[in-house]
Structures are given as structure tokens and as C-alpha cells.
Design a binder for this molecule. Structure first.
Ligand code: NAP
Length: 336
């Protein structure tokens, strides 16, 4: 343990978060644009003998990382999801773990809608045609998409982001269906105040009825591969799948088959399995007509990333003072 805590930050972060850390810590930063390879992360944590680790979704924080520094007592991830952190190992060693719930819900819901709208109205494809010099005339049958208004939206996981996402459907007069661990009456009441009568149903029923499907569940044992071949075959062949949750919630091979065989019309993904998606990955053989992919940018607005960085720093500093972080992943996951 150092008099001035030593903190390792696994990527360059917005200035406001860095300033917060520098007020109380010696800060060391991985300066590359890509994530530190796991061995390098273990090495840096060990060599610097850090007290705190400021990480993000692209870092696998497993037992080896947590054990690399005997002084490590606080981890904070600049994300709401914490599936990349071994919480069992952290809890056993009394290492605090912070995360960023709430602050990114609206921004991530915005991106989900950007994907939904782009897929429905073929925006990426259309733009590509214009850039390729293929805009030769207005055409009555060219680039016809699907109406979003009056369509049926299905949300899997009506939590913070799921509710923010569903709320936006009010502007499009959509029918909203959802599945959840159980009926979420608080979220239903919030949506009702926006004129949305959200209907709780089974996943099977939802898949059979939706025009647009939005996944908003955390990655858990129960949600890994939640959408596989059987589920994709239940969907309408004109339906659009939007995934801003985690790539592993969808079985990638099954999705590949779904696009190949036109079981669904389009998949719009902000998250993939694996991440990053290598340029040679078989999914990427599907043209923008069927597949839109963004590189995990759900929370990537200037305002939100800055707030996330400060929130992560605040969580990390609390852990370094042996206090429970204001947003504790261990508490939220039921460890405390
Ligand atoms: P949240 O408030 O915890 O919402 C998730 C909801 O899913 C919870 O209400 C949970 O119910 C429900 N759920 C769990 N298992 C389910 C299942 N099998 N079927 C249906 N519903 C289930 O979390 P959030 O803040 O909305 O974030 C959700 C996830 O989005 C994060 O975990 C993260 O993976 C992802 N995310 C992605 C980005 C991005 O950049 N693309 C950004 C932020 C978040 P209970 O409360 O009953 O457990």
C-alpha cells in the first residue's frame, strides 16, 4: 500500500476523469488506442504494484489480473456491465468494484434507435450508394425500407436502458411488448405516463409478434446465447434485430445462418461476439443490406463519456479509501 495510491488506467480517458484521479493518486496510463493485451495488463499491474485499476469493457479482469498486485484494493470499470470482471475473485479478496449504472442509459438508448432507424430505412446502404456514384435517378422502387411508425417493438430486458429505449417508441405510435425476469410494473407505469401500454409476455410470444427486437439484458449465465437458432426462426422474416446489450447474448453462428437464409431481414449490432469483430469474420460477408455493425459505441457521446469517467474515478477513489463505491458492482450483483 502506497501513501499516494497508484492507479493504472487501461486507456486514455476524458480529461475530467483524469483530473479527478490526479487530485489524489499517482496515475499511470496505457497510452495505446487498443486495449492492453492480457499479459501486458497483468505485467503492468504487477510492475507498478497498483492500488487501483481503472478499466473498461474491453479489459478482461480475471483472477490473474486481480492477483498481480498485492496492494490492489479497488477496481472501477467505465461501464455499467461488469461481465468482464471476475466478481467472485474480487469479493474473496475484499477488492471493491465500481461501475456506472444510469449515467449512460439515455445515450445508449439513443444509439439503439439510431441502429433501428438505419436498419429500417436502409440508411447505411443508401449512403454507400450515393458515395459510390450510384445515385442516378429518383426511383419509385429503390431502397424501400420498413415503416417504424405503427410497428411492433419487442424489448428483452426492461431495465434502465430497456425502459429508456421503449420510452422513445411513444413518438412512433408503436405497440410495445417486453420480457423481463418478472413483470416490471414500475417500468410499465413510467411508460404508461408516455402513453405506452407495454405488454409483458413470454420470449416466444414476443419473438413471434415483433417487427423490431431490441436486446437490453446483461450478460449472465442465463442470457448467454439467449437468442439462438430456435429463437431466430420464430421471428418474422421481415423483422429487424437490434443488439446493444452484449454480443454473447446472441449465438453468432445462428445469427450468421439467419442472415444467410433470410430468417430475419436485418441485424443491427453495436456489440458482437467476438469483439472487436475481425475484418475476416464470416458475419462481415453480409452486406449493409442485411447487417449494420457499430464498434460498441452505445455510450459514446462527449457528455456521457465525460460523466462516466468522473463516476468511475469517484468509485475508484472510494474503494481506495476502503469505502464502498457509490455504485458498487459487488452490491448490485448481490455480493454485499
Ligand atoms: P439493468 O437496469 O440491470 O437492466 C437489465 C434488465 O434485464 C434488468 O431489469 C434485469 O432484470 C433484466 N433481465 C435479466 N435477465 C433477464 C432475462 N433472462 N430475460 C429478460 N430480462 C432479464 O441494466 P442496464 O443499465 O439497462 O444495462 C443493460 C446492459 O446493457 C448492460 O449490462 C450492458 O451489458 C449493456 N450495455 C451496453 C452498452 C453499449 O455500449 N452497447 C452500454 C451500456 C450497457 P432483474 O433486474 O430482475 O435482474
Amino acid at each position: 500500500m502506497h501513501d499516494t495510491p497508484r492507479v493504472y488506467v487501461t486507456r486514455q480517458i476524458p480529461q475530467a476523469g483524469m483530473e479527478r484521479l490526479e487530485e489524489e493518486c499517482d496515475v499511470f496510463v496505457w497510452d495505446e488506442p487498443t486495449a492492453p493485451p492480457r499479459d501486458r495488463l497483468v505485467e503492468r499491474v504487477a510492475d507498478l504494484r497498483v492500488d487501483g485499476l481503472f478499466c473498461n469493457v474491453a479489459d478482461t479482469v480475471d483472477e490473474a489480473v486481480i492477483d498481480a498486485s498485492p496492494d490492489l484494493r479497488s477496481i472501477a470499470t467505465m461501464s455499467v456491465g461488469y461481465d468482464h470482471i471476475d466478481l467472485d475473485a474480487a469479493a474473496e479478496r475484499d477488492v471493491a468494484v465500481g461501475h456506472t449504472p444510469g449515467v449512460l442509459s439515455e445515450t445508449t438508448a439513443d444509439l439503439g434507435w439510431a441502429l433501428l432507424m438505419a436498419a429500417a430505412r436502409r440508411v447505411v446502404e443508401a449512403d454507400q450508394q450515393v458515395h459510390d456514384g450510384e445515385w442516378t435517378a429518383w426511383g419509385p422502387t429503390i431502397l424501400l425500407g420498413r415503416d417504424v411508425h405503427d410497428a411492433t417493438l419487442g424489448v428483452v430486458g426492461l431495465g434502465r436502458i430497456g425502459t429508456a429505449f421503449a420510452r422513445r417508441a411513444a413518438g412512433f405510435d408503436m405497440d410495445v411488448l417486453y420480457t423481463h425476469t418478472s413483470r416490471n410494473e414500475a417500468a410499465e407505469a413510467e411508460l404508461a405516463s408516455y402513453g405506452i401500454d407495454a405488454e409483458h409476455c413470454t420470449l416466444t410470444e414476443l419473438l413471434e409478434r415483433v417487427d423490431f427486437l431490441s436486446l437490453q439484458v446483461p450478460l449472465l449465465e442465463e442470457t448467454e446465447g439467449l437468442i439462438g437458432e430456435e429463437e431466430l426462426r420464430l421471428m418474422d422474416d421481415e423483422a429487424v434485430l437490434v443488439n446493444t446489450a452484449r454480443g454473447e447474448v446472441v449465438d453468432t453462428d445462428a445469427l450468421d445462418a439467419a442472415l444467410e437464409n433470410d430468417w430475419i431481414r436485418h441485424a443491427a449490432l453495436d456489440v458482437t461476439d467476438p469483439e472487436p469483430l475481425p475484418p475476416t469474420h464470416s458475419l462481415l460477408r453480409h452486406a449493409p443490406e442485411k447487417l449494420t455493425v457499430t464498434p460498441h459505441i452505445g455510450s459514446a457521446s462527449i457528455e456521457t463519456r465525460s460523466e462516466m469517467a468522473v463516476m468511475t474515478a469517484t468509485n475508484l477513489l472510494a474503494g481506495l479509501r476502503d469505502e464502498r463505491p457509490p455504485h458498487s458492482a459487488l452490491a448490485d450483483a448481490g455480493y454485499e
